[in-house]
Design a protein around this ligand. Structure first.
Ligand SMILES: [Fe+2]
Length: 125
């Protein structure tokens, strides 16, 4: 599959299923395997591997949650940058329970908007 076709999958609600069907693995699994092969510590490998499967992670769950929340926030606020996160009421309640205020979430949104071009350039999108 080509880059453009893969990027198009990012806005698909069935991303993980389509990745499995097309490649036999999700981006989370491939990312985790890559980082493990690169000998990065489990504090990085586990959260990447499980960021879409939080119920299966025991160690470093907080970091995995941070990755999932970051993807959700990008998904909520980014109009151009692709993201596989899902922002919903549960995510918002989690953010608020962690001590963020609605204004903090709005501020993050403004920052994402400002940084979008840098993000697109960094990832070659
Ligand atoms: Fe992801």
């Amino acid at each position: 599959m080509y880059k453009g076709e893969y990027i198009a999958l990012f806005n698909d609600k069935e991303l993980l299923t389509k990745e499995k069907d097309s490649y036999g693995a999700t981006h989370a699994e491939v990312g985790g395997w890559f980082l493990e092969e690169a000998l990065l510590p489990e504090e990085i490998v586990f959260p990447v591997y499980y960021h879409h499967d939080l119920e299966k992670i025991e160690k470093h769950k907080g970091i995995a949650l941070a990755v999932a929340l970051a993807e959700a926030l990008v998904s909520k606020f980014s109009s151009n940058t692709t993201s596989d996160g899902i922002y919903n009421e549960e995510i918002e309640q989690t953010l608020l329970s962690l001590g963020l205020k609605e204004k903090d979430i709005e501020d993050i949104g403004e920052l994402i908007e400002v940084e979008q071009e840098n993000i697109r350039t960094f990832f070659g999108l």
